[in-house]
Design a protein around this ligand. Structure first.
Ligand code: ARG
Length: 588
């Protein structure tokens, strides 16, 4: 389907032409003055210079041609030369009915879908997920869903941090505590046990202990570096132990991500490409791109047009070890070979922006990607506490993601159990669903690059610009529809065309903007546009609901029309929250 705004523009362009003016003047925008009109066109102002005529005279000429328009109910020429437009209700309900019948509400699909690899999540194994990883997971998951909905093919990869020094640290600490483990016996040639010699909670305690000790004890640190080296070189026992670390961590990560409704197609990581590194390095050298500087192997990536200093991209450390850059570059090479994507998108804290600039330039220069492969970095801001500083636990420590989710669920439970007739168990289930909306909407409703304040009280409120408010609205609609069905109403036999009163017009106009909004959210990688649309839609619905008789409407035809509008509102809202990555309960 065409976007509503494009259909309006077409109508106005035809009128400009019919009145003897250039049709390109007929561009329509949303009204700046919703109290006066729904849409507007400022083309007569621009036309004034062109035709040496008063803008309002031009606007009047155009308005005359629109007198019998089937699309517009009103086109008023107002000084100094605006065209104030109101959409015909008949046309609007026809448009909505078409939306209701079409797949994806008539959203146009791209002629050639893009293939996109999205790198988000970025958890590190053997370390608990902390709130810093929350944003990458939430924003990435939503963008993946949005771009899939917009018709593109998206592959989501968690790209685990599973290969560097942290692995060496964990192995060193394990050896310290359990030196007799078979994995450390160089002479052992048999099979290793299937069961890991540690649990996830032990692992999560081991890493911070090892990391702290390596900072205080240089000899310990040297051993950890040695262990990292041995692991990367492929020493059997170390690899077997590392496999356990990865398995135990991934099982736990999957549990955590799925509680947030975050799903990955690929569970690859830095380690997945280690075998590609030697050839990649050799070809960077052979191509004359990489050279030794202070013992390290680097590629220059600065450009003449740079206004700030862009340091060279380091490929190998002076001891020959690979680093974060190396695995990212090799991963680009692998992704190109396996999936031939049109675009690679990365989502991390915006502090990694310079790093990705270096990596992208290096990948282009060394021809790891095609000249037209798009490389996109989305840097997000920090989640702060109410004090404006990065979010911490009450005692100042790093908040684990699991705990944050649990605290939000508890808070939501308190709110739901208060004053509601629900069993404790039911309230728990509902609270779990609503809590995810509170967390995710609190994050996604901000422009990703901005910092935001995590405010439990506000995020979990049923009023205002929050996830729970949206869900509450959906639940309200569901309950009206259920009552209608309970009274013998047939939800299949309803037509929006039979509604079209004044009180529902704002709601109808808002729904009609769905396609424009989704297109912008997908093209601009901007989930916050879906949030803004939803909030407005929920407000329009609630306003309508308070003004209008629905189930008590005596005119059966009109009642059916209103029910059809409710159904469409619910479907659009549920589609949008799914794109943000959360669900609505049936009751709350
Ligand atoms: N593991 C990294 C971190 O915790 C994030 C990974 C982001 N993705 C990437 N391809 N570098 O900071």
């Amino acid at each position: 389907m065409e976007q509503l705004i494009d259909l309006l523009t077409l109508e106005i362009q035809n009128a400009f032409e019919a009145a003897g003016y250039d049709r390109s003047l007929g561009r329509v925008t949303l009204s700046n003055r919703p109290d006066l009109c729904e849409y507007q066109c400022n083309g007569a102002m621009a036309g004034a210079k062109l035709y040496h005529k008063a803008p309002v005279a031009i606007a009047k000429d155009v308005a005359e041609k629109l007198a019998d328009s089937a699309v517009l109910k009103e086109a008023a020429a107002v000084p100094p030369g605006f065209l104030n437009l109101k959409v015909s209700e008949n046309f609007l309900t026809g448009y909505l009915e078409e939306m209701a019948k079409s797949p994806k509400f008539g959203l146009k699909m791209p002629q050639v879908p893009l293939k996109i690899v999205m790198d988000y999540g970025g958890a590190n194994i053997a370390k608990p997920l902390h709130v810093g990883h929350l944003r990458s997971a939430i924003i990435g998951e939503s963008l993946k869903r949005i771009r899939r909905y917009a018709g593109h093919e998206v592959i989501g990869d968690v790209h685990l941090g599973d290969w560097g020094m942290p692995m060496g640290l964990v192995i060193t600490e394990l050896k310290e505590r359990m030196p007799d483990l078979i994995y450390f016996d160089d002479a052992y040639e048999g099979e290793y046990p299937a069961e890991a010699p540690f649990t996830i909670s032990q692992l999560e305690e081991i890493y911070p202990a090892a990391s702290a000790r390596s900072k205080a004890d240089p000899e310990y640190k040297a051993r950890a570096m040695e262990a990292t080296y041995k692991l990367q070189k492929g020493v059997r026992g170390y690899r077997a132990l590392w496999n356990h670390i990865r398995e135990v961590s991934v099982a736990d990560l999957k549990k955590n991500y799925s509680s947030l409704k975050v799903e990955f197609d690929l569970w690859k990581g830095e380690s997945s490409v280690h075998e590609l590194i030697p050839d990649m390095v050799a070809s960077m050298k052979a191509g004359g791109y990489a050279y030794i500087s202070d013992g390290a192997l680097v590629v220059d990536v600065k450009e003449d047009t740079d206004t700030k200093e862009i340091p060279p991209c380091m490929i190998l450390k002076s001891d020959g070890a690979s680093l974060y850059n190396t695995t990212d570059l090799a991963t680009i090479q692998e992704r190109m070979a396996l999936y031939h994507p049109d675009e690679l998108v990365y989502m991390t804290d915006k502090r990694q922006e310079l790093y990705f600039e270096q990596v992208f330039r290096c990948a282009r220069k060394t021809k790891l990607v095609e000249p037209d492969t798009k490389l996109t970095f989305i840097g997000f801001g920090t989640m702060n506490g109410k004090d404006g500083k990065p979010f911490k636990t009450r005692d100042g420590g790093v908040m684990r993601l699991e705990n944050l989710v649990q605290e939000t669920k508890n808070e939501m439970y308190q709110k739901i159990i208060e004053g509601r007739e629900m069993s404790e168990e039911e309230a728990r289930d509902v609270a779990d669903i609503v809590a995810i909306s509170a967390l995710k909407y609190g994050d996604l409703s901000n422009q990703a690059s901005k910092d935001y304040i995590f405010d439990m009280e506000r995020f979990t409120s049923f009023e205002g610009d929050t996830g729970p408010y949206l869900l509450y609205t959906i639940v309200r609609i569901k309950s009206i529809l259920a009552k209608y069905a309970g009274q013998g109403g047939d939800l299949k036999e309803v037509r929006i065309r039979d509604a079209a009163g004044d009180s529902e017009k704002a709601l109808m106009l808002q729904i009609a903007q769905f396609q424009t909004m989704i297109t912008a959210a997908s093209d601009e990688l901007a989930p916050h546009k879906i949030c803004a649309f939803l909030y407005e839609l929920a407000n329009d619905f609630n306003h309508f609901y308070h003004e209008t008789k629905i189930l008590s409407e005596e005119d059966e035809t009109r009642k059916r029309g209103l029910i059809a509008l409710l159904l469409l509102t619910q479907r659009v809202m549920e589609t949008c929250i799914d794109l943000l990555g959360f669900d609505a309960p049936d009751k709350m």
